[in-house]
Design a protein around this ligand. Structure first.
Ligand code: ADP
Ligand code: MG
Length: 231
């Protein structure tokens, strides 16, 4: 994991176990097992909003703890879904700009995804042959997809066996970099295939005009969360 400026990671006095609405016990246990007790400012602000079904546009510096700020509510929302999903029913998607970042998110998320024993996740990034990914998805299905826009878009184009109609939550991480790297078209195309009634979280380290525009196109009445360095 990339370590970053400790000043950006100042903790609040708010415990994860004190947040409202309350986080489920298995997720608190996974946080505790990983050594996380107190929220960073961006986590304290964002988790309750997403858990209350608000869209969020989050602008907070690198190292401020954005990964858990979306993984915790992502898992909480999926845990609330009543029946175990069908094998090819995709309930949640996390998009990030690079293979390394997607792998890192996938790795950090594993203990939290594991609190849902009937839910299967898959990492979809460049460097793996698309045919291998497609075959695996056809054979095994997946309920959570984590990956890069290029690969996710390719998979959605090629595979109509995946069912996105009951997708609950979409996360766009490092939105500023996603746009800098020229992924606007793939992201717009991915979003156009997802149900409108979903939660969306957009996370960014800088607020640019392009991020604003993506936020207007992909989010519904978003609550803006801004955490300045050292806050
Ligand atoms: P960002 O995505 O905002 O750049 P990360 O989510 O990668 O930040 O987190 C940066 C570092 O802070 C990671 O090493 C992570 O383990 C650590 N971290 C995140 N949340 C907490 C927390 N609540 N308590 C202690 N450390 C944390
Ligand atoms: Mg990050």
């Amino acid at each position: 994991m990339v370590d970053s400026e400790p000043s950006n990671r100042a903790l609040t006095t708010t415990r994860f176990s004190e947040l409202k609405p309350p986080i489920s016990e298995p997720v608190i246990q996974a946080l505790t097992a990983a050594g996380f007790h107190l929220c960073t400012p961006v986590q304290a602000a964002t988790i309750p909003l997403l858990c209350s079904y608000k869209d969020v546009a989050v602008d907070a510096a690198t190292g401020s703890g954005k990964t858990l700020a979306f993984i915790v509510p992502f898992v909480e929302i999926l845990r609330r879904c009543p029946s175990p999903p069908k094998s090819h029913q995709v309930m949640g998607m996390i998009i990030s700009p690079t293979r390394e970042l997607s792998s890192q998110i996938y790795h950090v998320a594993q203990p939290f995804f594991s609190t849902m024993p009937n839910v299967k996740s898959m990492l979809l990034v460049g460097g793996v042959d698309i045919k291998t990914d497609v075959r695996k998805l056809e054979d095994e299905g997946a309920n959570i997809l984590v990956g890069t826009p290029g690969k996710l878009h390719d998979v959605m184009e090629r595979l109509d066996i995946l069912d996105f109609r009951s997708l609950e939550i979409l996360i766009l991480d490092e939105a500023d970099r996603l746009l800098d790297m020229g992924f606007q078209k793939q992201i717009t195309s991915i979003i156009s295939r997802l149900p409108k009634l979903r939660r969306t979280g957009l996370f960014s380290a800088t607020q640019t005009e392009a991020v604003e525009e993506l936020s207007r196109a992909g989010l519904r009445n978003p609550v803006r969360v801004e955490v300045r360095t050292g806050a």
